[in-house]
Design a protein around this ligand. Structure first.
Ligand code: CP
Ligand code: NVA
Length: 321
């Protein structure tokens, strides 16, 4: 406890108990996470006992490299422990209701990270578990990714207000989360998707409503070259997300004009960075010469998942003390 009190002033608290969606956060929450993540990145040893004895359950219906490793390493590096529950088979709710899983887990552990297909499943965990629930990716959102990515952008560019970002590809979970983070932070986000693969209308509506209060700008395009014009960061993601593998062949034809190539990068602002949440399907949504270029910051994004999620864990799990 002493280590926690010296490394994190007690008045520093998030306004939420769970981390489900970016829209639930205030700008103050985001700044708090960023500030703490920065301190953790600079001085990880100061936080070595910050979550001593805390237990984290990680319940995943889908595969993961980054989210799993960064949460496991993150809590362990603060003196806690993680238990991984592979729910690829049976799916959540098949063997036992989510309500019962949540009510069992809360008796043993201090927090839950859930990676699910349906977003409703994460919400169900949060509604039945009295302990913090963190969305480790659902079909709708990937908040830990987008929060980390905006931390990375702030590191690279300084202010987020007015920063010009282009997302090119599928209007998927990562796109939704980036839209909400852009709206929250006052950034400018151009989104280019093929017809029929736009972000969900209610997500667009939410992000536009949030943008009104922050000066953020969200603009939607079909043409990827128009979308990247003036962009300081060009972001893409896979064309078929986890669970959509059956449609990968069809999608690879529809999305081909949205591939991030050297030509597309040269249509962006000179010095623009390339971003991807990873895993990347090299040769599909991005070519090797872009992802391996000096402009690519994909491994910085991956590294920052660790620092940002450690901050989220400390703020949420310590709040429960
Ligand atoms: N970006 C991301 O969440 O990676 P994983 O699917 O490997 O966790
Ligand atoms: N949109 C991708 C992100 C993976 C981190 C998916 O859901 O598979």
């Amino acid at each position: 406890m002493r280590a926690v009190m010296t490394s994190l002033e007690l008045q520093e608290k998030l306004t939420v108990q769970d981390l489900i969606a970016e829209r639930d956060l205030t700008r103050g929450d985001i700044d708090l996470i960023f500030g703490l993540a920065g301190r953790m990145k600079r001085s990880p040893a100061s936080f070595a006992r910050a979550l001593e004895g805390k237990q984290l359950a990680m319940i995943f219906e889908k595969p993961s490299l980054r989210t799993r490793v960064t949460f496991e390493v993150g809590i362990t590096s603060m003196g806690g422990n993680a238990v991984y529950l592979d729910h690829a088979k049976p799916r959540l709710g098949e063997r036992e209701s989510i309500r019962d899983v949540a009510r069992n887990l809360e008796r043993w552990v201090d927090g839950i990270v859930a990676r699910t297909f349906s977003h409703a499943a994460v919400l169900e965990f949060a509604s039945y578990a009295s302990i913090p629930v963190i969305n480790g990716l659902s079909d709708l959102l990937h908040p830990c990714q987008a929060i980390s990515d905006f931390f990375t952008l702030e590191e690279k560019f300084g202010a987020l207000e007015g920063l010009r970002i282009a997302f090119v590809g599928d209007g998927n979970n990562v796109c939704h989360s980036l839209m909400m983070m852009a709206a929250q932070t006052g950034a400018v986000l151009n989104v280019a998707t093929p017809a029929g693969f736009e972000p969900k209308a209610d997500m667009v509506e939410d992000a536009l409503a949030c943008a009104k209060g922050t000066g953020a700008k969200l603009v939607f395009f079909k043409d990827p070259f128009e979308a990247v014009e003036g962009a300081q960061a060009v972001y893409t993601d896979v064309w078929a997300s986890m669970g959509q593998e059956y449609a990968a062949h069809l999608r690879s034809q529809v999305f081909a004009p949205y591939r991030v190539t050297d030509e597309l990068m040269s249509a962006a602002e000179p010095g623009a960075v390339f971003m991807h949440c990873l895993p990347a399907h090299r040769g599909q949504e991005v070519v090797d010469s872009v992802i391996d270029s000096p402009a690519s910051i994909v491994y910085d994004q991956a590294e920052n998942r660790l620092h940002v999620q450690k901050a989220i864990l400390l703020l949420l799990l310590r709040n429960g003390q």
